[in-house]
Design a protein around this ligand. Structure first.
Ligand SMILES: [Zn+2]
Length: 121
């Protein structure tokens, strides 16, 4: 047993897109385009784009050395750091949630502005 100073690190969750971002972006653009003409069809297509974007491979990494880990690892196999679960309100997660809320607000606002500009039949 060594008395070397123990390393502590967070086990960060990461995700990687399964598809290239182009597919969901293309579907989103088609959805917005159709929304301009007929929003009851266009908005589900926009939602489909978000679903495609949400399909990600999830994995964990060591917060100290960046090595990829299993979800249940307690000690990093590479740097031997003791791993802790990342707290829910980490600054990184907070930024991510705020960013997605802003993007969602912009999306809803632009769709509702566009929807009101459609001339009545
Ligand atoms: Zn490590």
């Amino acid at each position: 047993m060594t008395t070397a100073e123990e390393l502590h690190a967070y086990r960060h969750r990461r995700s990687r897109q399964k598809h290239s971002g182009c597919i969901s972006m293309l579907v989103l653009l088609i959805g917005i385009g159709i929304s301009l003409v007929f929003w009851p069809v266009g908005i589900p297509i926009c939602l489909l784009a978000l679903v495609i974007d949400g399909q990600r491979d999830r994995y964990h990494i060591c917060g100290y050395c960046g090595n990829q880990l299993t979800a249940t690892a307690r000690i990093c196999p590479t740097c031997k750091a003791t791993l802790h679960k990342e707290p829910f309100w980490s600054p990184r997660r907070f930024r991510m949630i705020v960013t997605s809320l802003i993007l969602l607000a912009i999306l809803i606002a632009s769709i509702s502005i566009l929807a009101t500009q459609v001339p009545p039949p």
